[in-house]
Design a protein around this ligand. Structure first.
Ligand SMILES: C[S@@+](CC[C@H](N)C(=O)[O-])C[C@H]1O[C@@H](n2cnc3c(N)ncnc32)[C@H](O)[C@@H]1O
Length: 240
């Protein structure tokens, strides 16, 4: 069931009132700071356990906990899945957390921008040998950057898999929450998704995650890549 307007308003008000508490920045996963809402953790875990990616591309490292969270789910699932974690401004805290972590063998750190041609080429090479691929975008939140990430990294997502664009919720929150920031209402991951979907019909919004977890930073940001049309014009089955 799609949440009612009232339910959506309650969620937004919750996020607005929680912001001064900086609650998002106090969460820990196995001791490492990371910045996900519990609902988004469930949704990301569901995607990874359904798709069973051999590669998760995760832009935005911060304190390291985001990539470590994804690596943990991959470890629990078995298999040889890895996380390619990208950040142009890697913090010492994030570097240390990953380098010293027992799951470090599952994490490749790429220092640079997610839209830099060399980084994109490295990610493309990894994706070519590691299908299926899931992408999570949580780096620079201005529209131009996220739109470019979607253009460059979206095609690496395998059919029936997902690119998750975090912080689309900025478009629904009051403008004053982002005063002094380069992003905010009208210029954020949500507007990037809207612009991208207008010209790329390989993806569709899958609302099923947000409809169940309700409290999310990524409303409209769970983008599923449609199955490739088969040679006979029919969509290929999810199995192949
Ligand atoms: C929201 S955090 C990522 C959080 C991570 N996904 C997690 O859950 O732990 C965004 C990251 O993007 C990087 N970043 C944000 N804006 C940037 C900018 N303008 N230039 C370079 N890096 C930036 C910062 O290094 C920061 O670590």
């Amino acid at each position: 069931m799609r949440p009612s307007q009232q339910m959506k308003a309650i969620n937004l008000e919750w996020l607005r009132q929680a912001a001064p508490h900086r609650h998002l920045f106090e969460h820990r996963w196995l001791g490492e700071r990371f910045f996900h809402l519990p609902g988004d953790m469930i949704a990301l875990q569901e995607i990874v356990s359904a798709v069973r990616p051999r590669l998760v591309i995760h832009t935005g490292i911060a304190a390291g906990g985001g990539p470590i969270f994804m690596a943990s789910i991959l470890e629990l699932l078995g298999g040889d899945g890895i996380v390619a974690a990208v950040d142009p401004a890697l913090r010492p805290e994030g570097r240390r957390a990953i380098e010293e972590h027992p799951l470090r063998r599952r994490i490749r750190v790429l220092e640079g921008s997610s839209i830099d041609p060399q980084i994109v080429a490295s990610l493309r090479a990894l994706a070519e040998e590691r299908s299926p691929v899931v992408v999570v975008l949580d780096l620079i939140h201005v529209q131009a950057h996220v739109e470019r990430e979607l253009e460059l990294l979206g095609p690496l997502v395998t059919p029936n898999s997902y690119v998750v664009v975090l912080d689309t919720v900025m478009e629904d929150l009051p403008a004053e929450m982002f005063e002094g920031r380069p992003y905010g209402k009208g210029n954020n991951p949500g507007t990037a998704v809207a612009a991208f979907l207008q010209r790329d019909d390989r993806f569709e919004v899958d609302y099923s995650f947000e409809d169940r977890v309700l409290l999310t930073l990524a409303p409209g940001g769970f983008l599923r890549r449609r199955p490739e049309p088969a040679a006979d014009g029919l969509a290929a089955s999810p199995g192949g």
